[in-house]
Design a protein around this ligand. Structure first.
Ligand code: ATP
Length: 238
């Protein structure tokens, strides 16, 4: 069986700076796969390239067995990849409900959209309670929920989450991680970029450690959690 997403020898540069230096990994349908690593390792660049926001220098990306390399961003969404970006990028003056509608911009099945809005409200009740309020009034954690909800509104086959725990309180972070586990249980395939390696590896099927543009270690979430070098470098243990 082919993987849902196959990335092979992907290279991405900003001018002369090569941020991603030939990485390969796959995501099977139904899995949570995480990319971990410190600031500047190339994780965000990888997601932005998969989304069609950056053009790779070299390498191939295949989604459901079809080439995705060079496909523009709006087509990538239509094919079933949704991206919840780092820093959230919600629209603060629009209401929460309007932000969610924007996530469904390529769809015209009014009933299905309404069902999915309800699903997001079931997942994150605070968004339903405050549906008519400006999104800018939400806390950081709630804005993260909205960004995830908006990405889900395109009914993605693959949901890409960039640092969903960034800047959140420990309780909010646990809430977001629990939601990722819930989404996985309901069959959503997820590519998760995180600096919080412990949280990400605890829930991921597979993980890849990135260092300055390369994947230096791969394994199951559990294997990496117990790997000595990962424990020292990323989990703050001696
Ligand atoms: P972070 O957690 O900080 O987002 P990251 O692993 O996601 O880290 P990237 O944001 O992908 O890393 O950055 C990889 C490298 O590319 C870094 O050296 C960064 O400085 C560089 N870089 C990122 N964006 C640009 C840009 N727009 N122009 C030039 N260099 C960039």
């Amino acid at each position: 069986m082919t993987a849902l997403l196959e990335v092979e020898n992907l290279r991405v540069a900003y001018g002369k700076i090569e941020a991603v230096k030939g990485i390969s990994f796959t995501v099977e349908a139904g899995q949570v796969v995480t990319l971990i690593g410190t600031n500047g390792a190339g994780k965000t660049t990888t997601l932005r390239t998969l989304s069609g926001l950056l053009k790779p220098l070299d390498g191939t990306i295949r989604f459901e067995g079809r080439p995705l390399t060079g496909v523009p961003a709006h087509r990538v969404v239509a094919l079933g990849l949704a991206h919840s970006p780092e820093g959230r990028h919600i629209f603060p003056r629009l209401t929460i409900a309007e932000n969610l509608q924007l996530g469904a911009f390529l769809r015209n099945d009014t009933r299905g959209i309404a069902q999915d809005v309800q699903r997001v409200y079931d997942l994150f009740p605070i968004l339903g309670e405050r549906a008519r309020q400006a999104a800018g009034t939400l806390s950081g954690g709630e804005q993260q929920m909205l960004a995830m909800g908006r990405a889900l509104m395109s009914r993605p086959k693959l949901l890409m989450l960039d640092e969903p725990s960034m800047g959140l309180s420990p309780i909010m972070m646990q809430r977001i991680m629990a939601t990722i586990t819930e989404l996985r249980a309901s069959g959503t395939t997820i590519l998760l970029v995180e600096q919080n390696a412990r949280a990400a590896l605890s829930l991921a099927d597979h993980g890849h450690v990135m260092e300055i543009g390369k994947i230096v270690l791969s394994g199951t979430g559990a294997d990496l959690l117990h790997d000595e070098s990962v424990r020292k470098a990323y989990l703050g243990e001696d």
